[in-house]
Design a binder for this molecule. Sequence first.
Ligand code: G3H
Ligand code: 13P
Ligand code: ZN
Length: 315
Amino acid sequence: MIVTTKKLFENAYGQYAVGAYNINNLEQTMGLFQGNLDSKAPFIIQISKGARSYTDKRMLEGIIRAADEVFPEAIFAVHLDHGDLESCLDCVASGFYSSVMIDASHESFDENIRITKEVVDAAHAKGIVVEAELGQLGGVEEDIVVDEANANLTNPKEAKEFVERSGCDSLAVAIGTSHGAYKFTGGQGLHFDVLAKIQERLPNYPLVMHGSSSVPADEIERINKAGGDMKGAKGVDENEFVKAVPLGVTKVNIDTDGRLVWCRVHREFFRDQPQQFDLRGPGKIFMPEYAKFIAHKNEKLGSAGKLDQVRQALA
Ligand code: G3H
Ligand code: 13P
Ligand code: ZN
């Protein structure tokens, strides 16, 4: 059942974070639904601009509609990840999305507010909620490259003003994470001090943590042993999610870790069976592996086991 992101946030705030997982294809979608049902968790499916144009946006939407029928017990929201004005307005008009993210974080403060407000006005008119971003994550975001050293953490005072003036429903904050598999060059970690100051000014307001993949060392080792070259890859300590939840983090974005599962399964499959060429071989291994990965993440986020609670709240 597709529900509004707002309802998921109301249920989760302060108790657990909802996992927001990016999808690009059928196998990921199957593993995603299975893993969330296995761990009895509500979840958010995220579609990036790149995912929408990978084949055709209608393909992913069709796959999600079919998954909703195949897994009738699932409770989830559908979200546009890192949209611009054009893609946000397109998703709002489509009526399929529960929420959209407008990412104008690379613009000036006032311009970010102006663009975000334009999306908020259009989205709220159709009952769709909006995530915005303030501050800049390190790493690579679509086609924008931000040097990790200059990553611009969210200013707590500005966060309050930004939310009040733009009317956005949740805010992606920069607290030290970055997208991709190479997040920290040394011993850096999350800035809980910044998060606490943001929550002080925005109590009971859902905050979003992007760039939250943990890039497990054993996964990287297996990928490298099977022909990969990902030396130095490093992510967020997934045991830190529980510390972020009471500080207002209600949505945690994870994409890279799922790609690593895909990469490891396919590299090992074709390394070990070089005579094979059928896509269904690794696909049959990937889907349950991806489901296992999702269930594990939900345990770390605290969303595992919360499905019935959400179902009752929605009734
Ligand atoms: O933040 C970026 C997400 O991981 C989506 O990645 O734009 O390559 O689909 P993508
Ligand atoms: P990762 O690259 O850490 O998985 O972050 C994903 C993300 O923030 C999607 O918006
Ligand atoms: Zn992101």
